[in-house]
Design a protein around this ligand. Structure first.
Ligand code: R5P
Length: 267
């Protein structure tokens, strides 16, 4: 692996081998998602605790100060919307030249295995990897589950992750599943991070599934809504950071969450 690729990966994956990526790319197909109406405002208090942020070029340019030094994972696929016909019909929206101009540490793109546009999205990934490898830019493949593709089970997720790695992704983002998640990670020769999915009712549930995913081999998270849609987003990201980088248990994370929440209420 050449120096540029290694250096960019080191910006994303910390010395302990773990990573906490904060995605705010949801608007690229969902529009102004709840609590992400003003992305710059949403992420300001969270940035100190994230290892990298994942977003589109439009939000990067318009909502993030260029003096920001957090590594950028630039989403470069899209072209669909929640009111359109098929979420899987994505293309590449941003050139590698633009990713370099924006000083991205990585780019990310969705693949939709099992969808009508499976082939197109897999070829998008292969072509993006070909181009990015020339410039030492890692590609993070997002194994998407669109409408009609709610297959959050180990066999399906393992299939998606392995295909993404075979096509050259340097990191794979997938979903957690309670049964057999270790098989998803075992079958994938590159690091795996998990998304959080739609916001769940209790923060404890998030601590539990993130902890379990790490025990089963994930290196961290690319987790958005369960942080910034929470009423106490700073307490959430700090508690998750403790699980990821300090090996905190879900109980310890819950305790830390409560302390930070109580402290915030006092000030
Ligand atoms: C999909 O909208 C994006 O790729 C997100 O970055 C990904 O799903 C992670 O975000 P969340 O934890 O909110 O699911």
């Amino acid at each position: 692996m050449d120096w540029g690729m290694r250096n960019r990966l080191a910006q994303l994956i910390q010395r302990d081998g773990r990573a906490l990526f904060l995605p705010i790319d949801h608007g690229y197909f969902q529009g102004p998602t709840h609590r992400l109406e003003k992305p710059g405002r949403t992420i300001a208090p969270l940035l100190p605790y994230a290892d990298a942020i994942m977003l589109t070029r439009g939000i990067l340019r318009s909502c993030v100060d260029p003096t920001n030094t957090k590594p950028i994972i630039l989403r470069v696929s899209g072209g669909t919307s929640v009111v359109g016909e098929d979420l899987s019909h994505e293309g590449i929206t941003t050139s590698v030249k633009e990713a370099i101009r924006l000083n991205a540490s990585a780019v990310s793109l969705s693949i939709f295995v099992g969808s009508r546009y499976e082939h197109e999205t897999l070829m998008n990934l292969a072509r993006l990897v070909d181009e990015c490898e020339d410039y030492g830019i890692p590609v993070m493949a997002v194994t998407a589950v669109g409408r009609g593709l709610e297959k959050r089970e180990a066999r399906y997720l393992a299939l998606c992750c392995r295909i993404a790695a075979e096509l050259g992704a340097r990191v794979v983002k997938t979903y957690y599943c309670r049964e057999g998640f270790e098989k998803v990670v075992e079958g994938c020769p590159v690091p795996v991070v998990i998304a959080g999915g739609p916001k769940v009712d209790s923060e404890r549930e998030v601590f539990e599934f993130v902890y379990d995913a790490l025990q089963k081999g994930a290196i961290g998270v690319n987790l958005g809504r369960n942080i910034w849609q929470h009423d106490h987003p700073v307490a959430m990201i700090r508690a998750l950071r403790a699980i990821i980088h300090e090996n905190a248990t879900p109980s310890e994370a819950q305790q830390l969450f409560s302390e930070i929440k109580a402290e915030a209420a006092r000030t």
